[in-house]
Design a protein around this ligand. Structure first.
Ligand code: FRU
Length: 492
């Protein structure tokens, strides 16, 4: 039996053995993509191919650590109902012995083709990286074609990974994350006629290039695509210093908008902006579908902080975000909106209209729960602060608090009393001063909050007790109108 086959069988067996331990966990999500067991991280190979969405993700099937990664594989016709397929890639060959790391998928003239990083480490922890191809004829079994780029170009370190490939005017292009020998994070552009012979075009963006001073020692997981008449580069810089409300997570995930010069590789851009204001968002990847939508998914977690994620004790860890459509808004801001297919999950509905809160905190009959979609539309009056408390315990011991502060125009997301797991507060400024729309997707241990039609998003894991299910609305020192509250139970 081939080493690949042997590893795939071992992985499947190991995940099967943990199935019951995993299934008993309340924090297992109801409508998000999770590993059957083991550790999930980056989404990979997201593509709309032959009428179906294929999505892969990084997986260590044997336990909840960052071991040698496999690629797990799912597919869907609607982005909501996903079918789990057999694992696609196992780290079986010498050029990928320490992991089939992140990468992307393309449609190469009708053949679904994966491009990923083969990660190799020796006993002294020295790294080598190979960019590799794998193809499938049946959409399930993958044949590895081996490395097409062996190690990094001169001037860069072996932190050289996460190829994202696309085709333009019959030519292939690839962005890849790396680090210069002076420890500056960079994204490089390569080009190829056949996916096999690749040529370096140049540096797209990075730390201490253009206006990005001291912006990280490594840039991971790049993605580059056109949105309206602009190019958007997504990247995950590591080593960016926190600045007030910005860059508060261990590593960042954000974007640059501008114009790409395909001859030099350079992106003329207007600075880096974070994609998400929450605690748990990283390594996002996009694809274009047949309807022309640019859809993004991310890992709802971060590297190097495994201890924050409580489900780790139950044989699995991490989840992906729900899929979001990207749009370019005013001032070239990238907006994120939940895909409309999410409405398929909607069950029983409760709604209220034209309420007013005046120095009070209220509950509304039927507006409570843990797995739900909630839309609250506020019209701002003179309340100094107002907002929503989610997952509140009856005895007051737990709550997750979203507060708008009128004086600072800041919205805060406070998980200091959210139960188990890591606590803290994240804040961001809101431009609108008259209305505030809060659109929540809640699952057993996650909250994704879309503010004012996707202008800001907070993505966060929380670990309250199962019984903490109250929702409260509040206004302090003045009044706010609550024009609309709508809640749907979500059924998978
Ligand atoms: C980002 C990352 C990638 C790498 C992968 C390994 O989270 O570190 O750079 O390819 O995870 O699992």
């Amino acid at each position: 039996m081939s080493k690949e086959k042997e590893l795939l069988i071992k992985a499947r067996q190991s995940m099967k053995e943990k199935k019951e331990e995993v299934a008993d966990d309340y924090y297992r999500l109801q409508y998000h993509i999770m590993p059957p067991a083991g550790l999930l991280n980056d989404p990979n190979g997201f593509i709309h191919f032959d009428g179906e969405y294929h999505l892969f993700h990084q997986l260590y099937p044997f336990d909840t650590t960052h071991g040698s990664k496999f690629w797990a594989h799912l597919k869907s016709t609607d982005l909501v109902n996903w079918q789990e397929l057999p694992l696609a890639l196992a780290p079986a060959n010498p050029y990928e012995s320490h992991g089939c790391y992140s990468g992307s998928a393309v449609d190469n003239d009708g053949t679904l083709t994966l491009i990923y990083t083969g990660n190799v480490k020796d006993e002294a922890d020295n790294r080598e990286t190979y960019q590799c191809l794998a193809v499938t004829e049946d959409g399930i079994n993958f044949n590895k074609l081996g490395p097409v780029i062996k190690n990094q170009p001169t001037g860069y370190t072996r932190h050289f990974r996460d190829p994202k490939v696309w085709q333009k005017d019959g030519q292939w292009y690839m962005v890849i994350g790396t680090q210069t020998i002076d420890q500056e994070g960079r994204v490089l552009l390569f080009t190829s006629a056949d996916l096999k012979e690749w040529e370096l075009v140049g540096e797209v963006a990075g730390s201490n290039l253009g206006q990005l001073d001291d912006f990280g020692y490594m840039w991971e997981c790049p993605d580059l695509f056109r949105l309206d008449d602009k190019e958007v580069l997504i990247a995950a810089p590591q080593g960016v210093a926190a600045e007030e409300n910005l860059y508060n997570n261990i590593y960042q995930n954000g974007y640059l908008v501008g114009d790409l010069d395909y001859q030099t590789g350079q992106l003329e851009h207007n600075g880096f902006r974070e994609l998400d204001q929450g605690f748990d968002f990283y390594a996002s990847q996009t694809t274009l579908d047949e309807q022309g939508r640019r859809i993004l998914l991310a890992w709802m977690g971060l590297p190097d902080q495994e201890e924050y994620y409580v489900e780790r004790d139950n044989g699995w860890v991490h989840t992906l975000t729900i899929p979001r459509v990207l749009e370019l808004g005013a001032d070239n801001q990238v907006l994120q909106k939940p895909v409309s297919e999410m409405k398929k999950l909607r069950g029983a509905k409760e709604e209220y209209h034209n309420l007013k809160l005046q120095d009070e905190i209220i509950k509304l009959a039927g507006i409570n729960g843990d797995v739900l979609e909630l839309i609250a539309e506020f019209e701002i009056e003179d309340a100094a602060e107002f907002g929503v408390k989610l997952r509140c315990a009856a005895d007051g011991s737990e709550e997750t608090v979203i507060t708008y502060d009128q004086e600072t125009s800041e919205l805060s997301f406070d998980r200091s009393n959210s139960g188990r797991g890591e606590d803290g507060v994240r804040r961001c400024e809101i431009d609108e001063t008259e209305q505030l729309q809060l659109h929540f997707f809640m699952d057993t241990s996650s909250i994704e909050l879309f503010v004012n039609d996707g202008k800001k998003v907070f993505t966060t894991r929380i670990y309250p007790q199962p019984s903490s299910q109250d929702i409260k609305f509040f206004a302090h020192s003045g009044a706010v109108k609550l024009n609309q509250v709508r809640k749907w139970e979500l059924n998978n």
